[in-house]
Design a protein around this ligand. Structure first.
Ligand code: HEM
Length: 491
């Protein structure tokens, strides 16, 4: 009997040795093999992360399914890590690859393809958005159109109209395809339906990344249904065909000289490199690059502007001050350009405070450790997925006084000049994969804010206060809650 007990104890000890978190890994939640640590229902995802931060400090891990997720809550550690080559890649997730063998485009790709697409897109954004360009004109035109739509709902409590999203999508269309859609255009509706279908199937794809072994436990047809494979295949095909048609139209009218838009630029690059065996250009890659730009550039800017309207509606003093500055600098309905930025310090402060407070992409986009390495003295194993806790950094008293208050004045010095504060501020991420649309987003925020506030004011509906909590249904984006807001036309 004694021998059996001893053997059992040894067995338990051995199993525990195999299952427990390796001693050199960061502290955190390890859980069981294959499923990781599954929390009890109750706190939100972000509350869990806040509690883990309190318990373990700046760097900890949480095994989710088969993925070792590492969270970093310190600005400097994150900046140092995301500037290193070994953290530049995205995880090899189906969710990112859309079930392709390897990711195309720019948001999810790695290696030479990512490098080429990032460099190409940044160059296009710079060339097409410079000075008094068609892109700046498009931003001004869409902002003026939106002001008209909002004016029509004046005096009647109603949600921020869908027209805001259309205006932002149209700016992106101007960038990539040199065109803007009429709101009634059936092609715009087709495009919007495709976008929605991709969003609907994304979450199901994550099942493959976090619980990949499920496919071996169930019949293939059931697994495919679980991950909504059919919806994804149809949507992907629909998107590619939509963009192939656009590429064909561009190809038919392509002329030598400066490209009209990003599609022209890509087709020219593709032609230049047609004999290069290392070229990463292809029609499919361009289609995915376009999908990326629309996904990364539309909901983000639309939601940031919605947050700005909500903050102004709940802080009338800030709104008055903002409008006074805009009226002084941009008289008689004149629209802003980037040249006016230095004369609009309070506007810049309101935009920055909106970006800080809303922390729109709360844990950024994921980066994978390409090899065994360290962060802040903690060992990080190859394959671990690094997440930046932007939402706590933006509210951390190490970087901000009264972080929960909406206080644009924190961005101004004693002379009222705007000061770019970098420490603790990373709405666009940081390092080698920092948002590549940042310059466009900043231009849109400036032009839309000034154009709209010149003509309109925002307020909570009579007897109500706007709810400034975000929608907790989506853990990856701080979406503002859909609710009524009151618009009025300024006298
Ligand atoms: C207020 C608006 C925006 C916010 C808050 C935002 C935020 C972010 C964040 C947090 C990342 C992840 C960085 C990382 O991986 O560490 C990102 C990446 C990216 N963003 Fe934005 N973004 C905005 C607007 C835009 C716009 C307008 C575009 C396109 C024109 C865009 C295109 C991209 C792309 C392509 C990436 C991936 C870059 C890469 O992987 O190399 N974003 N953005």
């Amino acid at each position: 009997m004694l021998v059996e007990v001893a053997l059992f104890v040894v067995l338990v000890f051995l199993v525990w040795q195999v299952l427990k978190k390796p001693a050199n890994y960061p502290p955190g939640r390890w859980g069981l093999p294959l499923v990781g640590y599954v929390p009890l229902p109750g706190p939100t995802f972000e509350d869990h992360l806040r509690n883990l931060y309190k318990k373990h400090g700046n760097v900890y891990l949480w095994r989710m399914g088969t993925q070792t997720m590492v969270f970093v809550h310190d600005y400097q550690l994150l900046r140092d890590a995301f500037n290193r080559m070994e953290f530049t890649d995205r995880p090899n997730w189906e969710m990112f690859k859309f079930n392709e063998v390897a990711a195309y485009g720019v948001v999810s790709s790695n290696g030479a393809l990512w490098h080429n697409n990032r460099r190409f897109s940044l160059r296009q954004l710079r060339d097409l958005g410079m000075g008094k360009s068609r892109l700046v004109d498009a931003v001004q035109r869409q902002a003026a159109w939106l002001a008209g739509v909002l004016a029509k709902q004046a005096g009647r409590p109603a949600p921020v109209p869908h027209a805001l999203k259309i205006a932002i999508v149209n700016v992106l269309w101007q960038l990539v395809g040199g065109r803007e859609f009429d709101v009634e255009d059936p092609k715009l509706k087709e495009f919007e339906d495709l976008t929605k279908a991709v969003l609907d199937s994304e979450a199901s794809l994550a099942i493959q990344d976090f619980l990949p072994w499920l496919r071996y436990l169930m019949p293939t047809f059931l697994f495919k249904r679980l991950i909504k494979q059919d919806v994804l295949d149809v949507t992907k095909k629909g998107f590619c065909e939509f963009f192939y048609e656009e590429m064909d139209e561009h190809r038919a009218t392509l002329k030598p000289g400066p490209p009209r838009d990003l599609i022209d630029g890509y087709l020219m690059e593709m032609d230049n490199k047609k004999d290069d065996p290392d070229t990463t250009c292809s029609k499919k890659d361009l289609a995915f690059l376009l999908i990326d730009l629309f996904f990364a550039g539309s909901e983000t800017t639309t939601s940031t502007l919605t947050w700005l309207f909500y903050y102004l509606a709940t802080h009338p003093r800030v709104q008055d001050k903002l409008q006074a500055e805009i009226d002084l600098v941009l008289p008689e309905g004149q629209q802003a350009t980037l040249d006016d930025k230095s004369r609009l310090p309070y506007t810049e402060a309101v935009i920055h405070e909106t970006l800080r407070k809303s922390a729109l992409v709360p844990i950024g986009l994921q980066h994978v450790a390409e090899k065994d390495t360290t962060v802040g003295g903690h060992f990080i194993p190859k394959g671990a997925v690094l997440n930046g806790a932007i939402f706590t950094i933006h509210h951390d008293t190490r970087y901000w006084d009264n972080p929960d208050e909406f206080l644009p004045e924190r961005w101004l010095n004693d002379e009222g000049k705007f000061v770019t504060k970098k420490e603790g501020f990373l709405p666009f991420g940081i390092g080698k994969r920092q948002c590549l649309g940042e310059s466009l987003a900043r231009m849109e925020l400036l032009v839309f804010t000034t154009t709209l506030l010149q003509r309109l004011s925002f307020a909570s509906p009579q007897g109500k206060t706007l709810n400034l909590h975000h929608d907790t249904k989506n853990p990856f984006v701080h979406l503002p809650l859909v609710q009524d807001i009151l618009v009025s036309v300024r006298a």
